[in-house]
Design a protein around this ligand. Structure first.
Ligand SMILES: *[C@@H]1O[C@H](CO)[C@@H](O)[C@H](O)[C@H]1NC(C)=O
Ligand SMILES: *[C@@H]1O[C@H](CO)[C@@H](O)[C@H](O)[C@H]1NC(C)=O
Length: 230
């Protein structure tokens, strides 16, 4: 399809891309005029400077542990996410459905009809082959920035707000467009091999894909695979 666009491996139509573009641009603090306010200067005890790959969007704070050419160990603080779950065979189709549900939530499809700025990454936890007929259990999540003090309850039953306890993860980063699930799986296999080589203990039952970019961003795209450290 020539008119379709890809986001985090999700193919979508022009209208969706346009509304996402608006959400991303209005979410992007770099593009906004931020008045200097001395009174707020000492309110944050820890200064978190998001890495460049967060593109000026809010993303969850982490501390880097061990690093190799193949992966980075990260310690994420506890945080809040909005999630939806789906049992399915096809990752790409599942991504599209789940993305639309979460996107609707931040676009005001919630109990307070509140618009919430887009953040990154968009993560999907994959538990392979858990359901009948080898269906995988997918959970997609959007990070809720700490500055959103009382995130509104979702208006759909299959969307939920979820506290995420602190995470200890091994992360493999790679660039470019991810067009098919096979590309994510190949990166996951590379990460498994690197972790095994170094004798790292990690949770093998599931892993995460993490996408950081909107479809209209052509360059400097950033994607990650996460395994939970044990
Ligand atoms: C880095 O790896 C070494 C060797 O496996 C380990 O002893 C150390 O605790 C790790 N550092 C962190 C911050 O986890
Ligand atoms: C997906 O996996 C989670 C964690 O194991 C579980 O709580 C949930 O019930 C599963 N969802 C479905 C639809 O099986």
């Amino acid at each position: 399809m020539i008119t379709s666009h890809i986001y985090c491996g999700i193919t979508m139509d022009k209208f969706t891309v346009l509304s996402m573009f608006i959400t991303f641009v209005t979410s992007n603090d770099v593009l906004k005029f931020i008045p200097h306010d001395k009174s707020t200067q000492n309110t944050k005890p820890i200064q978190w400077t998001p890495p460049g790959f967060c593109n000026g969007l809010d993303c969850p704070p982490f501390i880097v542990g061990n690093e190799t050419d193949e992966y980075q160990e990260r310690f994420y603080a506890q945080s809040t996410w909005v999630s939806t779950e789906l049992l399915g065979i096809d990752y790409d189709k599942a991504q599209y459905k789940m993305f639309m549900k979460l996107f609707k939530y931040i676009e005001g499809g919630n109990k307070k009809k509140m618009k919430i700025a887009m953040t990154c990454p968009v993560t999907t936890r994959i538990i392979p082959g858990q359901g009948a007929a080898c269906k995988s259990n997918f959970t997609m999540s959007f990070f809720i920035a700490g500055k959103v003090k009382n995130p509104p309850g979702p208006s759909e039953d299959d969307v939920r707000l979820r506290p995420q306890p602190a995470l200890h993860v091994y992360v493999r980063s790679f660039g470019g467009y991810v067009h098919h699930f096979d590309e994510w799986r190949e990166e996951a296999e590379k990460l498994i091999a690197a972790l095994e080589k170094d004798g790292r203990e990690f949770e093998r039952e599931y892993y995460y894909t993490a996408g950081y970019n909107a479809p209209f961003q052509l360059f400097n795209r950033h994607n990650e695979i996460w395994f939970i450290a044990k």
